[in-house]
Design a protein around this ligand. Structure first.
Ligand SMILES: NC(=O)c1ccc[n+]([C@@H]2O[C@H](COP(=O)([O-])OP(=O)(O)OC[C@H]3O[C@@H](n4cnc5c(N)ncnc54)[C@H](O)[C@@H]3O)[C@@H](O)[C@H]2O)c1
Length: 306
């Protein structure tokens, strides 16, 4: 199993590290445009192999896509991250050009690749990857919902005063502060609805904290976060590589599902060796449907900028 990660910055390196530590891939190739940067990150990570006990071989390349040839999965994290006060949508001018050229180069050298798009604004970048590569829809996956759901579970566990392993919850919709739709109605603590333990007001606080989860960290760190994004990407890569058939909310091209078409947005999907193997349609309440509709309008407005 060969995995390429484009962008050896904060998220790319974190994702490569988690993939290696989980020890399911034979090879990870890091690519960056900055001379020597990916090679340096790869060497540093390889020097953790004997300490962390993994056999994955990590190499780096400066903008040389011949080194990525024959990749089964490629992750696109190249681009600029947001600074405090910025929205993800404001990154589009620079990141659209980067995601376009990177997607084309990846597919040229690995025609059978499954792409995972991380660069923001992620739903629009995933849509752009479809437009420029023409790959079948099961082979282009946007990562946002897996991270937003992890942040949702963190906030739920905090409110419930419960261990995170006792908590389940999912965020669908667009990967933006306004567009996220945390499904508080379906959140549970060990199969019991979270609403049995928390007031409507407290659940709404959890929802609001989840929606600004990325912005909160950007304010604290001065740039966007990387550990949870890297871990979320590694979870998707593992589900595909190990054919796990796990459900994650991912951004995918919709064709009538959830009453939406011609956009990529977060919905639950089954991930396995063929990428997105199924889009899971769950029954939403009228309020959730309205939130999804509003989220889709936001994503479409950003798509109109590419
Ligand atoms: N989808 C999500 O949930 C999520 C979460 C966190 C971050 N992000 C996004 O991921 C992206 C990366 O964030 P980061 O914090 O790792 O940024 P970063 O600046 O640390 O790393 C980005 C890397 O991309 C490289 N790069 C730029 N242009 C390139 C090109 N044409 N080819 C190859 N490499 C190139 C840069 O040299 C840099 O090393 C940002 O757009 C950020 O908004 C998305």
């Amino acid at each position: 199993m060969k995995v390429t990660v484009v962008g050896a910055g904060a998220v790319g390196a974190s994702c490569a590290e988690y993939i290696a530590i989980k020890n399911f891939a034979s090879e990870v190739v890091l690519v960056d445009i900055k001379e020597g940067f990916a090679e340096g990150k790869a060497m540093d990570l390889m020097q953790t192999a004997s300490l962390n006990g993994f056999d994955t071989k990590i190499t780096g390349a400066t903008n040389d896509y011949s080194k990525t040839a024959g990749s089964d999965i490629a992750v696109i994290t190249s681009g600029i991250p947001r600074k405090p006060g910025m929205t993800r949508e404001e990154l589009i001018g620079i990141n659209a050009g980067i995601v376009k050229s990177v997607s084309e180069s990846l597919v040229k050298h690995s025609p059978d690749v499954i792409l995972i798009v991380v660069s923001n604004p992620m739903d629009t970048m995933t849509y752009l990857a479809h437009k420029v590569t023409g790959l079948p829809k099961n082979r282009i996956i946007g990562m946002g919902g897996a991270l937003d759901s992890a942040r949702f579970k963190y906030r739920l566990a905090e409110a419930l005063e419960a261990p995170i392993s006792d908590v389940d919850g999912m965020v669908i919709g667009g990967h933006s502060d306004k567009g996220m739709v945390p499904l508080t109605r379906l959140a549970t603590r060990n199969s019991v609805p979270a609403s049995e333990f928390l007031s409507e007001e407290r659940l709404d606080e959890v929802l609001q904290a989840t929606k600004v989860g990325g912005a909160t960290l950007t304010g604290l760190l001065g740039t966007s976060a990387w550990y949870a994004p890297g871990a979320a990407v590694s979870g998707l890569v593992q589900a595909i590589a190990c054919d796990q058939k796990k459900i994650f909310p991912c951004s995918t091209l919709l064709d009538g599902e959830y009453g939406l078409s011609d956009l990529c947005i977060g919905v639950p999907v089954v991930l396995g060796r063929n990428g997105i193997e199924k889009i899971v349609e769950i029954n939403l309440s009228d309020a959730e449907k309205a939130a999804m509709q509003a989220s889709a309008e936001g994503v479409k407005a950003t798509n109109a900028l590419i």
